[in-house]
Design a protein around this ligand. Structure first.
Ligand code: 5AD
Ligand code: SF4
Length: 470
């Protein structure tokens, strides 16, 4: 049994990265058994779940979408806001009920929630029906723990984080577009954020390993890779590399589309902007979290930039990268955010006219500095601010989308449209969702599409022709 510890998680002492090669060959001992996997949270979790699927399938388990016929239920959890936790707790209630009449029903909770000591405390006291709990640093323990015989709850959560895992197998969700981890963890310690505790120290994968993975994906027909990190522009600091160099090397593999998430406005260098502008296969789309437009709040958030610096960077990106689309994250209701502070945020939104924004009400996370800050702002005010902000954000994303009406854009077609099964869907180079009228045979291809309708969150279009290779 290993329990999480926020003091250990906070520690940034440098030690050697440990590389783990997952070469063990587990036999298919779970013949005729099924797993149900549910993923909460960010792209990092979505990609971790692709590794988890691979572990489960190596053991012989097969996927089911029907919870009732599952033998192993795995919840890959998120800790970023309280509502993520509430959703997991609600779903666990259902699992607990199902488990009552079953003796071959194992419940596994893993991911970010497992790294929170208060969650583990609650699980030990009130949720003994959960069989296995695993943290973010040792997901690879899942097969071992599932194979062990035990009659009490197993909790294996490590808070120290110097490992880099190589040799991972993934059961990828798509055959067209793939996630590629370039780094793990975050060292920024924004005062509201739990990620530096749940995901640990910033550590970069070797450039050669990343390039080898991208080349392999390309060889296997993948059209697009998204480089993943909590803070991609901090890539390489620990190994004498830079994100701009990595990005250039990835572009040079010749894979058709390269994306990356998430960028931090602090330390987003001119070199990075130049590389994005230079290569046609690096998509002109940047997610650039603002969080707040008020210098006072930015300082309390420990964001390391001012409103002016953010806007300078934003303008530079717009000037140097032709047609770039920029989206953002914004938090309202940070402790004691005043009306004037909030107005500053609205002012930045009006100036930047974002292509899109994810907006949140501040959610105190136990163990983070902001959770201890005094806050006199009532929830009603925070909700009003969120509403007002959303109206503004939607207005601009709609306006930006309207500009595409009747234009011809390139879309990578990913599959059947969720809205209308007779259509297909895909994304423009600027990451706009398009539902396309066209033959199913264009799935997996980059095609030219004429935009026929534009809404706040998606576009409609008609297939014209395949992109001509240059
Ligand atoms: N409360 C609300 N939103 C948060 N985020 C991170 N931590 C919190 C929190 N405690 C938001 C930030 C971040 C996004 C992934 O989630 O906007 O960029
Ligand atoms: Fe959290 Fe800030 Fe790190 Fe993003 S940069 S993961 S908001 S601490």
């Amino acid at each position: 049994m290993h329990l999480p510890d926020l003091n250990v998680a906070k520690d940034r002492k440098k030690s050697e990265n440990k590389y783990i090669n997952l070469e063990e060959n587990y036999s298919k001992v779970f013949q005729n058994k099924k797993y149900f996997l549910r993923t909460y949270g960010c792209q990092m979790n979505v990609h971790d779940s692709e590794a988890i699927r691979s572990y489960l399938e190596t053991l012989g388990l097969t996927n089911t979408e029907n919870l009732e016929e599952a033998n192993v239920v795995v919840l890959n959890t998120c800790a970023i806001r309280e509502n993520a936790r509430d959703k997991v707790m609600g779903f666990l209630g259902k699992c607990k009920y199902l488990k009552k009449n079953r003796d071959d029903f194992k419940i596994v909770l893993l991911g970010c929630m497992a790294e929170q000591p208060d969650v583990i405390d609650d699980i030990q006291k009130n949720h003994q029906y959960i069989d296995i709990v695993i943290g973010t640093h040792n997901l690879y323990d899942l097969p071992k723990l599932l194979l062990q015989e035990f009659n009490k709850q197993q909790i294996e959560v490590y808070s120290n984080s110097d490992e880099i895992i190589e040799g991972m197998n993934y059961t990828r969700d798509s055959k067209i577009t793939a996630w590629v981890n370039i780094m793990y963890g975050c060292d920024k310690f924004c005062t509201y954020c739990i990620v530096p505790y749940t995901r640990g120290r910033e550590r970069s994968r070797k450039l050669e390993s990343i390039i080898a993975e991208v080349k392999d994906l390309k060889k296997n027909g993948y059209k697009e890779v998204t480089l993943l990190g909590q803070n991609v522009n901090a890539y390489g600091k620990d190994i004498g590399e830079t994100f701009s160099h990595l990005l250039e090397c990835v572009a040079k593999t010749g894979i058709e589309r390269v994306r990356f998430v998430t960028s931090h406005p602090w330390n987003f260098t001119d070199e990075m902007i130049d590389v994005i502008a230079k290569y046609d296969n690096i998509m002109p789309y940047i997610h650039l979290p603002l969080q707040s437009g008020s210098d006072n709040i930015l300082k309390k958030m420990n964001r390391r930039y001012t409103k002016k610096e953010y806007l300078e960077l934003f303008n530079k990106m717009k000037e140097r990268i032709p047609g770039v689309a920029i989206t953002t994250d914004i938090i309202v209701g940070f402790p004691n955010e005043s009306d004037a502070d909030f107005e500053e945020t609205l002012d930045v939104v009006r100036t930047c006219k974002y292509d899109g924004a994810y907006t949140f009400i501040f959610s105190p996370r136990e163990g983070t500095p902001a959770a201890k800050m005094e806050d006199k702002i009532p929830m009603r005010v925070k909700e009003e601010r969120l509403h007002k902000l959303n109206e503004l954000v939607n207005y601009y994303s709609n306006q930006n989308n309207q500009k595409l009406l009747n234009k011809v854009v390139e879309v990578l077609i990913l599959g059947d449209s969720e809205k209308d099964a007779s259509k297909v869907y895909g994304y423009t180079d600027t990451m706009k969702l398009v539902n396309v009228e066209g033959p199913k045979s264009i799935i997996g291809k980059i095609v030219k599409v004429k935009i026929t309708d534009a809404k706040s969150f998606s576009l409609d279009g008609e297939y014209l022709e395949e992109k001509v290779a240059n």
